[in-house]
Design a protein around this ligand. Structure first.
Ligand SMILES: Cc1cc2nc3c(=O)[nH]c(=O)nc-3n(C[C@H](O)[C@H](O)[C@H](O)COP(=O)(O)OP(=O)(O)OC[C@H]3O[C@@H](n4cnc5c(N)ncnc54)[C@H](O)[C@@H]3O)c2cc1C
Length: 87
């Protein structure tokens, strides 16, 4: 099993991508800014939203494996009958 955490992976890949652009400033400036967010949970959705708010020219794509997202937030209230799973 790999010891690389998601945080480590993102640090390495973002650093590599930024470093690779240094030698090609014209390509970097002309390139359309695109971000792919893997996972449309609360973390992915918030990251995508704030990327677009920070720079509306960035094309943000969320890749989510499931058709529906069931948040864990307040799921205890489903168990206790105060909310339905549809809520
Ligand atoms: C029972 C329970 C109750 C909780 N209650 C609360 C609460 O009341 N308040 C609170 O603040 N937090 C609560 N949490 C914590 C909260 O749910 C998590 O912190 C939060 O959901 C994490 O968000 P995330 O986007 O990182 O991960 P997730 O919400 O798990 O989202 C990850 C998404 O990525 C998708 N995904 C994964 N792999 C791939 C792939 N390879 N390709 C495409 N999509 C992929 C998954 O389908 C999923 O939709 C609770 C957690 C649990 C388990």
């Amino acid at each position: 099993m790999s010891n690389i955490t998601r945080r480590h992976f993102l640090t390495i890949t973002a650093g590599t991508a930024a470093a690779s652009m240094v030698g090609f400033p014209f390509i970097a400036q002309a390139a359309k800014k695109q971000v792919v967010v893997i996972g449309g949970g609360s973390g992915g959705a918030i990251a995508a939203k704030y990327l677009r708010m920070a720079d509306p020219t960035i094309e943000v794509t969320i890749v989510e494996q499931n058709k529906h997202y069931y948040t864990c937030f307040m799921s205890n209230e489903v168990l206790s009958g105060e909310r339905t799973i549809d809520h």
